[in-house]
Design a protein around this ligand. Structure first.
Ligand SMILES: Cc1cc2nc3c(=O)[nH]c(=O)nc-3n(C[C@H](O)[C@H](O)[C@H](O)COP(=O)(O)OP(=O)(O)OC[C@H]3O[C@@H](n4cnc5c(N)ncnc54)[C@H](O)[C@@H]3O)c2cc1C
Length: 364
């Protein structure tokens, strides 16, 4: 049996960033990932937006780790050559009646420590996004866009430089408590780890059960995208959002670092955690949300694009759950990095840093 100080379950951005931070602190660490490559679930099926930290209730981990993580992410991307752009973002008011909600959002952002937020008029909007139809907007200069696939690869490389052992094709099947920590069973081998980090994304609830730790439920919530046909990509220069509503930030427009323009993601709670394609919305379903942001969009301007599944810690009847990043309350050998839905991409380096401090306590 292999022995290691720390085993991280899950090689998405949360697990990779956590493993790198733990290894940088000097502890030997491995990452168990069931897929042949890292980041194949949610970490590469998202909008790729670097959030400034506006939306989340003050005092929550989401608010704090988004603001911290955003700055860490910009620095990491610059240092490691990850394609990204600090493009800024417009959250737009469709008509005058939405302006008070934008102002409330601005106050929330300021409370969260987001700087530079500005209420802007139609002239400002037209200068940046001539095709957008809006009477006013909240301008967030520190929002941006990152190439999520390249981020995953860079996190893997940066972890390897610190000594992280990445184990692809290694699914956690079960675990047993042991005097020295936890024995983790996989198809290939058993690993004795003193501390285990649960960063299993959509499967964090099942992983927690396998580890004999806290009981909770992850609710899979699908988000689908359409994209603009190449001839219409020039309609959007960066990031355009409506006011947030329901369970998400609203169907928005993103110009990716590769120059595609996506519209999405929609919101639909579903049973399965691995079903990205069945009963996909028709492309027609994206026309009305697109028209709320842009003038003159027709169904011919759009085609279907990818989809992702959010790992939500709350049922559809509730509206918010915070990230669960803490020492497990049932099993002291386990650290939870669970319920990491949006802004989990933005926050990954800050989540990793927090996980590494909790792990250091657990190892002490
Ligand atoms: C539609 C959508 C849009 C989003 N947009 C944004 C955005 O614009 N900005 C932003 O900041 N965030 C965004 N997010 C959120 C962000 O993508 C996630 O918070 C983040 O990717 C979560 O990463 P993770 O590593 O926790 O999970 P994952 O990427 O899902 O990684 C978990 C890993 O665990 C592995 N695993 C599971 N079970 C086992 C097991 N038993 N054994 C071994 N391995 C296992 C999986 O294979 C997977 O690779 C979006 C999410 C969605 C769905």
């Amino acid at each position: 049996m292999e022995h290691i100080d720390v085993a991280v379950i899950g090689g998405g951005v949360t697990g990779l960033a956590s493993a790198r931070a733990i290894a940088a602190g000097g502890a030997p660490v491995c990452v168990l990932e069931r897929h042949p490559r890292p980041g194949m679930d949610t970490s590469t099926r998202n909008s790729g937006v670097i959030h400034a930290g506006i939306y989340y209730p003050a005092g929550t981990l989401k608010a704090r780790l988004c603001v911290e993580g955003r700055d860490l992410l910009y620095a990491f991307c610059a240092q490691h050559g990850v394609p990204h752009v600090r493009s800024g973002k417009l959250i737009v008011a469709h008509d005058e009646s939405e302006i008070p909600q934008l102002e409330a959002l601005q106050r929330r952002g300021v409370e969260n420590g987001v700087t530079g937020l500005l209420m802007v008029d139609r002239a400002f909007i037209v200068a940046r996004e001539p095709a957008v139809s809006a009477v006013a907007a909240l301008w967030s200069p520190d929002s941006g866009i990152v190439n999520a696939e390249e981020l995953v690869k860079a996190l893997l490389r940066a972890g390897a430089e610190e000594g992280v052992i990445f184990l692809p094709g290694t699914r956690l099947l079960g675990a047993d408590r042991h005097a020295g920590g936890m024995v983790l069973r996989t198809e290939r081998e058993s690993i004795l780890a003193r501390v285990v980090v649960n960063a299993a994304g959509l499967y964090a609830d099942e992983t927690s059960a396998a580890l004999g730790s806290e009981t909770f439920t992850i609710y899979p919530c699908r988000g689908e995208y359409a994209e603009f046909v190449p001839a219409k990509r020039s309609l959007v220069n960066a990031l355009v959002y409506p006011l947030p509503h329901g369970h998400g930030l609203g169907v928005h427009l993103v110009r990716t670092t590769g120059g595609q323009v996506w519209i999405g993601p929609t919101i639909h709670y579903q049973e399965r955690k691995d079903d990205y394609e069945s009963n996909r919305l028709p492309v027609e379903a994206f026309v009305e949300p697109a028209r709320r942001l842009l003038r003159d969009v027709t169904v011919d301007d759009l085609r279907l694009s990818g989809s992702g599944i959010r790992a939500k810690l709350h049922a559809p009847s509730e509206s918010f759950a915070d990230f669960m990043v803490r020492r497990d309350r049932e099993n002291p050998a386990v650290v939870q990095a669970s319920g990491i839905d949006s802004p989990g991409l933005t926050s990954c380096l800050a989540v990793g840093r927090l996980v590494s401090t909790i792990v250091a306590d657990a190892l002490a």
